[in-house]
Design a protein around this ligand. Structure first.
Ligand SMILES: *Cc1c(COP(=O)(O)O)cnc(C)c1O
Length: 356
């Protein structure tokens, strides 16, 4: 039976992936030198595809790391000498805060209950160098409205702004000119196998890293911002990179550009509305996030209580794989990834629920 993965990472592969992998093998991508011209074309195609899809300004750099988690660490390392500030509303935002602590920064945070969003803008210390947002908190299903992020930026113009869009890119529509470090990894909405992270860096973020480096502060080695950007200008990477995934990212970005980002965004919104309406209008199982303005469009968390395991099993028998609740909520919630790869399958999932 054909299985469909509604899991929020790794997720259902993008429908064209098998075809692109077959092409990659035929084109000997796995044996290609990362100093060759052909590699530079692959690198360029990935960068230009992502730039077009997300409407990233030309002066912003697009660079590659191993994962979203690596991006969290690199951003703190490269932009913070002393003080960072974190909006914590779940496990991924907390991980970022803890990363800063582990890097021995003076990290401060504001925290809301799991499943809730941020209401008011807190006072942020004036000497804060970096403010971190997890725009779509995959653990709780809460999304932050970009306007909230811009308002925080306006009140704290001296700080750099970093945003995790791992489980919302390319759905979330951001004004990059207001942001400094934005990142995602490819195994969520892009529908690639896991193992590649993408960072988008403003000129100001790069300058800050250079400033810290000159000051004698460690900003890491081969994946520090200046080194990443310097090599990216040559359409290369210092290390031998994951050439296959760069190739696949370029191809999937091209597929998405062909489909049109507005079309992709509309489909996701339409399906999110369907899922939330369905669960809001039946008595047994409720969306975990009660405030509509805080609800993620791409990761939908439903509380099923002690029926969780039984329902997951029934769905699985029909080839429908949903994600478990995050961490301690594994036994009481499911998470539904409303990603482009499962766009045509949401109906089937809701029908399976309706028949239960
Ligand atoms: C999955 C996820 C991450 C971690 O990404 P990796 O590529 O697995 O390191 C970080 N932030 C959010 C919001 C995520 O959903």
């Amino acid at each position: 039976m054909k299985q469909v993965f509604f899991t929020p990472g790794p997720s259902q592969l993008y429908p064209t992936i098998a075809h692109h992998i077959a092409d990659a093998l035929r084109e000997d991508i796995g044996s290609l030198s990362h100093r060759s011209e052909k590699f530079q074309d692959i690198f360029k195609e990935a960068v230009e595809g992502v730039r077009k899809l997300l409407a990233i300004p030309e002066e912003y750099s697009i660079v590659f790391v191993a994962s979203g988690t690596e991006a969290m660490e690199r951003i703190v390392e490269n932009t913070v000498e002393k003080k960072s500030f974190h909006f914590v509303h779940g496990s991924f935002s907390e991980r970022w805060y803890e990363t800063a602590i582990e890097l021995q920064k003076d990290a401060q945070m504001v925290e809301v209950d799991f499943g809730k969003g941020f209401e008011d803008i807190p006072e942020i210390p004036k000497d804060t160098e970096l403010i971190c947002f997890t725009q779509n908190e995959t653990s709780s299903g809460v999304a932050i409205n970009p306007e909230f992020i811009y308002n925080v930026k306006n009140k704290n113009p001296h700080a750099l702004i970093a945003v995790d869009i791992v489980s919302s890119a390319p759905f979330v529509d951001l004004d990059y000119t207001k942001l400094d470090c934005v990142f995602f990894s490819v195994q969520k909405l892009f529908g690639l196998p896991a193992g590649l992270g993408v960072m988008i860096l403003s000129p100001k973020a790069l300058e800050k890293a250079q400033f810290l480096q000159k000051k004698g502060i460690s900003i890491g080695t081969y994946h520090n911002f200046p080194t990443l950007v310097e090599w990216a200008k040559k359409n290369q990477t210092l290390e031998t990179p994951n050439v296959l995934y760069l190739y696949l990212l370029g191809k999937v970005a091209a597929d998405m550009n062909k489909k049109g980002i507005q079309h992709i965004r509309k489909d996701i919104e339409k399906n999110a509305k369907r899922v939330y309406d369905f669960f809001d209008n039946q008595p047994l199982y409720q969306p975990f996030v009660t405030s509509k303005k805080d609800r993620s469009q791409t990761v939908i968390v439903i509380t099923l209580g002690d029926k969780t395991d039984e329902i997951k099993k029934k769905l699985q028998e029909q080839g429908l794989i949903v994600g478990g609740g995050y961490g301690p909520r594994k036994k009481e919630q499911i998470r539904i990834a409303n990603f482009p790869s499962v766009e045509g399958e949401i109906e089937r999932l809701l029908n399976a629920f309706a028949a239960m």
